[in-house]
Design a protein around this ligand. Structure first.
Ligand code: ADP
Length: 182
């Protein structure tokens, strides 16, 4: 089984849920930039204060902030990791490469969890997080298509992409993921 993974997909596709499940069962480090940023926001740190307004508008936090958070946490001590919500731009992906090279830990598989926009919007509306009102959701989807979706081609060129559909029950999606990472 592969143990250096990246989850890619639009907001609402279920990346966070699936990533938590998988990391628990496989003992991988779950690196979710969304969770880490929200932790900074609730702790009221200067970084959190800077990030909060941007997150609530559906825009992306600066590459600089996100990279500083990720860099602190990647180390060669971890038996494996799952990157969730990062990289989110081609710039971030390019910045990540030398870090992983230094650690001699290349990404082994990129799982693209995909879902139709209408389903994504319904799910996010039901979730009701601070950044989950309809206008912000639509904006986040546009930001995803524009800035993050180019990563699909980026990683496909490296032969790393495996696509799974994110519809249906949590367990069904989990077993689809198991199949492509084993
Ligand atoms: P979702 O999966 O629903 O899009 P996340 O929890 O991954 O939500 O992220 C929530 C917000 O945090 C994003 O809309 C963005 O503002 C910020 N964020 C998370 N990860 C990154 C990143 N890698 N680069 C820039 N901003 C990020």
């Amino acid at each position: 089984m592969k143990n250096r993974l990246l989850f890619l997909g639009p907001p609402g596709a279920g990346k966070g849920t699936q990533a938590s499940l998988l990391c628990k069962t496989k003992g991988l480090l779950h690196l979710s930039t969304g969770d880490l940023l929200r932790a900074e926001v609730s702790a009221g740190t200067p970084l959190g204060k800077e990030a909060a307004a941007i997150m609530n508008s559906g825009e992306l936090v600066s590459d600089e902030i996100v990279l500083s958070i990720v860099e602190k946490r990647l180390s060669d001590r971890s038996p494996g990791w799952l990157l969730d919500g990062f990289p989110r731009t081609v710039f971030q992906a390019q910045a990540l490469e030398p870090l992983l090279q230094k650690l001699k830990q290349p990404i082994e598989v990129v799982v693209l969890i995909d879902l139709k926009d209408e389903v994504l919007i319904q799910r996010l509306l039901a979730r009701g997080r601070a950044d989950d009102n309809e206008e912000v959701i639509r904006h986040r989807l546009r930001v995803y298509r524009e800035k993050t979706e180019p990563l699909v081609q980026h990683y496909d060129e490296k032969g790393l992409i495996k696509t799974v559909m994110g519809d249906g029950e949590i367990d069904d999606v989990a077993s689809r993921i198991e199949k492509v990472i084993s």
